[in-house]
Write a protein that binds this ligand. Structure first.
Ligand SMILES: Nc1ncnc2c1ncn2[C@@H]1O[C@H](COP(=O)(O)OP(=O)(O)O)[C@@H](O)[C@H]1O
Ligand SMILES: [Mg+2]
Length: 284
């Protein structure tokens, strides 16, 4: 049985018009000398990286290393202790509140947990940002919401409540909501957390399709190795112990060439030695 979903197109049925981040312009995202802290507790320092047009950029690292915190910095939910986040040639960190708001309109976000409103149908959930940020009529909002749901393989589920569908479908509905406003940059925090391998794989395919068909740039927080290698073409690796990034680049290149044992251990799920040890324990 083939599990497929329709190709993704933007609201008007054509490819999204990308104007904020032209392909021949500066990189969509640049993080410069970022220090992240909670109060006086410095979590990470000297974070520097660039996300290029069309990248699927992975923020990876162990649990608690600061991946979600980095995402929150990039979305302006936390201010840097030091350093800056740039979108194109706009200094987001130093920007005026109205300009920052305007920039955020071009983003779609699926937060960790990705909670939908349980008292609202899927169509109402997806319609929320449309009601808030566009002048579309109720009828038009219903139409666009249905289209977005169809794009993530949820045609016919408009009237369902989140509790009536599976976890994988909830994630896809969250994705439909994230793309409601035809974003140019998509941010996902642990999108496949809690999903079975098939649903997880489907979500990866969907993320790739979104990137291709919306012409979007994608930032994904994840520690799922299968996803990292399946979709990522660029990355940053956060290391909690040294409190900074210790690798940057295509995850497949890092696996092949990075000599840092911490990065290798992570990318090989504990490494070959560990595997032998585990199996010896299981059989001994
Ligand atoms: N609001 C907060 N206040 C203080 N410390 C926090 C807060 N949120 C997260 N932390 C701490 O910051 C560290 C990184 O958290 P987080 O960014 O959620 O990690 P990850 O997403 O990589 O698992 C953890 O040690 C966590 O306890
Ligand atoms: Mg997290």
């Amino acid at each position: 049985m083939a599990i497929t979903h329709p190709s993704i197109k933007s609201t008007d049925g054509k490819h999204a018009s990308v104007t904020t981040f032209p392909k021949d312009g500066p990189p969509p995202i640049t993080v410069k000398n970022l220090t992240m802290a909670y109060g006086t507790f410095v979590l990470m320092k000297d974070i520097n990286f660039t996300v290029n047009h069309g990248d699927i950029f992975i923020i990876m690292g162990g649990s608690g290393s600061g991946k979600s915190t980095l995402l929150r910095h990039m979305l302006g939910l936390i201010e840097p202790a030091k350093g800056e986040v740039w979108y194109g040639d706009f200094n987001f960190t130093k920007g005026e509140p109205e300009q920052r708001e305007e920039m955020l309109r071009h983003f779609g976000v699926l937060y960790q947990g990705g909670a939908l409103w349980s008292s609202m149908t899927l169509a109402e959930n997806v319609g929320l940002p449309l009601g808030e940020f566009t002048d579309l009529s109720q009828g038009e909002i219903r139409e666009v919401a249905a289209l977005k749901l169809a794009l993530v393989g949820l045609m016919g589920f408009e009237g369902y409540y989140p509790s009536q569908i599976s976890g994988g479908m909830q994630k896809r509905a969250g994705l439909a909501r994230a793309i409601a406003l035809d974003p140019e940059i998509l941010f996902f925090d642990e999108p496949s957390a809690g999903l079975d391998p098939i649903s997880s794989r489907l979500l990866d395919d969907l993320i790739l399709e979104l990137r291709d068909n919306l012409g979007a740039t994608v930032v994904v927080v994840t520690h799922e190795l299968a996803s990292i290698f399946a979709i990522g073409n660029n990355s940053v690796f956060l290391d909690a112990e040294s409190k900074t990034m210790i690798a940057h680049g295509d995850p497949k290149d890092l696996l092949a060439h990075c000599t840092d044992h911490r990065v290798q251990t992570f990318l090989t799920r504990g490494g070959e030695d560990n595997k032998t040890e585990k199996s010896a324990r299981q059989h001994g």
